[in-house]
Design a protein. Structure first.
Length: 93
């Protein structure tokens, strides 16, 4: 499921998806009540609530964080393989 839910604070409880991708427009959307999620792609750096949100997802095995600025602290999440994709540097021309 790829989502950019406008005006929603959380994805519906009980929604079953295997793979979830949230882009920057969904940055404040909570997804900790979604069932069956095995992988999550977030199009922003980790935020303080990431460990709590991922802890609520017992099936989660893979997390991809995109657009992460250099030097950003990424928490270790037990049992979850985390991939960090650095933010692109602006090009000058």
């Amino acid at each position: 499921m790829a989502s950019r839910p406008r005006g929603r604070e959380r994805l519906p409880a009980g929604l079953r998806v295997r793979h979830l991708s949230l882009v920057s427009g969904a940055r404040k959307v909570r997804f900790d009540e979604v069932d069956g999620v095995r992988s999550v792609v977030l199009d922003w750096p980790p935020e303080a609530d990431l460990p709590a949100m991922t802890a609520a997802l017992p099936d989660l095995r893979r997390l991809v964080l995109r657009q992460v600025p250099p030097g950003t602290s990424v928490p270790t999440l037990p049992g979850i393989r985390t991939t960090v994709c650095p933010a692109r540097r602006p090009t000058t021309g």
